[in-house]
Ligand binder design. Sequence first.
Ligand SMILES: NC(=O)C1=CN([C@@H]2O[C@H](COP(=O)(O)OP(=O)(O)OC[C@H]3O[C@@H](n4cnc5c(N)ncnc54)[C@H](O)[C@@H]3O)[C@@H](O)[C@H]2O)C=CC1
Ligand SMILES: O=C([O-])CC(=O)C(=O)O
Length: 279
Amino acid sequence: MTATLTPRPDASARPARPVRRIGLVGWGAIGRVVGTALAEGHIPGAELTCIIDNRPLVDAPAPQLSFEDALTVCDLIVEAAGQAVVREWAERVLNSGADLLIASTGALVDPELTGRLRAAGPGRVYFTGGAVGGLDLLQAVRGLGPLTSVTLTTTKLPATLHQPWMDAELTERLRTTTEPVEVMRGTARDVPVKFPKSTNVAASVALATGDPALVQVVVVADPAATLTRHVIEAAGPHGTYRFEVAHRPDEANPATSQVVPHAVLRSLGAVVGRAGQIL
Ligand SMILES: NC(=O)C1=CN([C@@H]2O[C@H](COP(=O)(O)OP(=O)(O)OC[C@H]3O[C@@H](n4cnc5c(N)ncnc54)[C@H](O)[C@@H]3O)[C@@H](O)[C@H]2O)C=CC1
Ligand SMILES: O=C([O-])CC(=O)C(=O)O
């Protein structure tokens, strides 16, 4: 059989990819590194158009705008501010037509919000892998069928895990312990809500594997954890998987690992169509 296929248009006749105008939400441990790299032109195809933060910024490399104003000038919003920002703004970003790259994936354990984001558009939503690796492969494994078990064990310095809901006894234990303390064991549906600034990775593992209730999460506070450690173990009928990372924490915000802004930049490169990326 001879197929009649339309020849691909000549490369010179194809429209050049437009430079994406980036609005960065959050000028903190992640945002400063991402914004500086963008302003220095490290991601071809992406330019830093504005920064959104609820604190006044000095010496930022782009104008500070309100969220409303940013949505009139940006075509891609990068969230590096916190789960509350995702809850409040994600749907509006997507409905405005801008794409959205989310770091605070923990907000997505709320099925109601996730459902609304699925229905929102025409903007498209993306999630960075953030502090953990292997999510691309775990997402690919889903093509073979569901996994039967997924576990994430996160170990951090005690001070980075302290939360306002903790009682006096646990607070004191975290302050004085000389040994590792298991502070929570639950599923990826429960844990990111309890540790909103330090266990987004649990939600990211759930986004990759498809079922937050299947992902068992153990959160350990260890005064000896100069490196933040995340261990993902998964199994299914087609194989077993184990990914372990140990990161130096950010100096100003030790709840966040130093690698995270670089993971955001890598994700951003992929979204804007940078060549030579591992997808
Ligand atoms: N997916 C992952 O692996 C990781 C995700 N994260 C997420 O990224 C978020 C940001 O992390 P960092 O940069 O380390 O935090 P940070 O605390 O150093 O900086 C957050 C910045 O966002 C701003 N901000 C907070 N709420 C805001 C709001 N409602 N509107 C505008 N600006 C707001 C703050 O003023 C601050 O400048 C974390 O809260 C966490 O949810 C953090 C680490 C890893
Ligand atoms: O940076 C990290 O290692 C992980 C983190 O804070 C998070 O998952 O929210």
